[in-house]
Design a binder for this molecule. Structure first.
Ligand SMILES: *[C@@H]1O[C@H](CO)[C@@H](O)[C@H](O)[C@H]1NC(C)=O
Ligand SMILES: *[C@@H]1O[C@H](CO)[C@@H](O)[C@H](O)[C@H]1NC(C)=O
Ligand SMILES: *[C@@H]1O[C@H](CO)[C@@H](O)[C@H](O)[C@H]1NC(C)=O
Length: 470
């Protein structure tokens, strides 16, 4: 990093755009599509040409659901809509004890059919530019494998999970060597219990294509995960070249909060910090029974809420056949004074940034964590799969800006309404909750500062841009 610091005063406008083309290759799961799209807009705002390359269906998904993006920046991104490979798009199984979104695996496996069209785009752009810079998801490493043999190509990974999670996954895969500078946290889940065997095989099929990348970008801030960034950068832990912590670089500051949206208008009428936002992301399906306990728990807690009640995504989100999740009888009438239920896509960043929102009951996907942390909102953690149990540990035990609703170790038991109500009351109406909220606000301030001009995250982004346009 040291030699890059010299470049930090370069003004974005002075980069010569024709020389470097940026090619972004996302992985088709909402949290990943979103981060790579946000990154595209961010890089494009430096005046560089950015190409977002994916299947027609998943590019459309990314655009349809882009939350809080500046339309001017979005219009500058060149979208390459490749023919969508054929894949089976089954419905999620809400009754599965294992919450991993196995229904998406066929669409993930099908990404390998993008290899050839992606190679053609890489070759074409490489012939027209001094350098092409490929930024891809770890999980699209096989799709972009041909970059390794293009002389003027340089590849980076955008890590879409927390550095804490990434580090401990690598550490586990290395056989858990003795750590010199850190303690492994208590209760760290094994990656094997967080993913299906099928998915582990898919991951194994990709590992061989992770050797040519020259650096990694992380959607996190040193303020949050400095220790783990330093650990990850060490050669003995498999750091892949230069590490840039460029996050969160949220669009939050640009959000207009006087929106026409019904739930934002409702929030305007509530007391500060009085509402809990409840959402489990786009990959979780709850059974009818779980939904019923959650509904009764919310009602029993008497805490005001906005609840996003959706079934998990299918591989093709435009396939409209979705389950309508039933609620207890007359529930909606009874809660109409103190709750709102949203059955489609919610303006999550705006909700979290609203001063009436005082808590977030979340599955702890990294997007949700970052959005919550940056908005200074404490989390009631209910992790479901993948990186979420690790992220939940980071939030509750290390950053101490949240409480656990559901312990990972008891994930196969039905969580009852009174346990849910108790945690909600602890977070939203107790001295303990106040202290957690205070810490969350302080951390949010520090993180937002790091992304302002002159802040650590902004400097790392500037140095990344200076590096790729050198
Ligand atoms: C996905 O790919 C992996 C590894 O290549 C394979 O083991 C698995 O059976 C495939 N799963 C599906 C659902 O296609
Ligand atoms: C990081 O994640 C947040 C939350 O989804 C997103 O809003 C932001 O744009 C991301 N930043 C980058 C550089 O990907
Ligand atoms: C709810 O679950 C908790 C924790 O498992 C248990 O202690 C409690 O007795 C249960 N309450 C009801 C009403 O079932």
């Amino acid at each position: 990093m040291a030699n890059l610091k010299n470049h930090k005063n370069i003004k974005p406008e002075s980069f010569r755009k024709e020389e470097t083309a940026i090619i972004i290759v996302p992985f088709p799961a909402q949290g990943h599509l979103n981060q790579l799209l946000q990154l595209s807009c961010l890089i494009s705002s430096y005046g560089l040409p950015v190409h977002y390359v994916g299947s027609e269906t998943h590019n459309r998904q990314a655009k349809t659901r882009s939350n809080g993006l500046d339309p001017v920046e979005l219009a500058k991104v060149h979208f390459h809509d490749l023919p969508t490979p054929d894949f089976h798009s089954p419905s999620p199984d809400p009754n599965s004890l294992d919450k991993f979104p196995a229904q998406l695996q066929p669409s993930w496996n099908a990404t390998i059919f993008l290899r050839e069209p992606v190679r053609d785009i890489l070759l074409d752009l490489s012939s027209k530019s001094k350098r092409i810079v490929i930024i891809h998801d770890i999980l699209t490493a096989a799709v972009v494998q041909d970059a390794a043999s293009i002389p003027n190509a340089e590849a980076y990974i955008l890590n879409c999970v927390s550095v804490f999670t990434l580090f401990f996954i690598r550490w586990e895969s290395m056989g858990k060597p003795l750590l010199v500078d850190a303690e492994p946290p208590k209760g760290l889940p094994s990656v094997l219990e967080c993913m299906t065997e099928d998915h582990m095989k898919f991951v194994a099929s990709i590992v061989g294509y992770l050797n040519h990348q020259v650096g990694e970008l992380h959607n996190t801030s040193r303020v949050l995960e400095g220790i783990y960034l330093d650990l990850l950068a060490k050669e003995e832990y498999g750091g892949k070249g230069k590490q840039f912590a460029i996050g969160p670089l949220l669009p939050v500051k640009k959000l207009s909060l006087n929106s026409q949206d019904k739930c934002l208008q409702w929030l305007d009428k509530q007391e500060p910090n009085s509402v809990i936002y409840v959402s489990f992301g786009s990959t979780t399906s709850m059974s009818d029974e779980e939904v019923k306990e959650l509904a009764m728990g919310l009602e029993e807690s008497k805490v005001k809420f906005i609840w996003v009640l959706r079934d998990a995504d299918k591989g093709d989100i435009f396939d409209k056949e979705v389950r309508k999740i039933p609620l207890p009888e007359k529930f909606e009438e009874r809660i109409s004074e103190f709750g709102i239920i949203i059955r489609d896509w919610a303006p999550q960043p705006e909700i979290l940034a609203h001063s009436s929102t005082g808590g977030f009951m979340s599955h702890c996907g990294w997007n949700s964590c970052i959005e919550s942390i940056s908005s200074g909102v404490p989390i009631a953690a209910w992790p479901m799969h993948s990186d979420q149990p690790c992220n939940a540990l980071l939030i509750t035990e290390i950053l101490k800006t949240g409480l656990t609703v559901r312990e990972w170790a008891r994930r196969e038991e039905l969580l009852n309404a009174s346990s849910i109500a108790n945690t909600l009351k602890r977070l939203m109406a107790s001295q303990e909750g106040e202290e957690i909220r205070k810490r969350a606000k302080e951390l949010g301030d520090a993180v937002r500062k790091s992304t302002d001009e002159g802040g650590v995250s902004r400097l790392e982004m500037d140095s990344f841009i200076a590096h790729i346009t050198r």
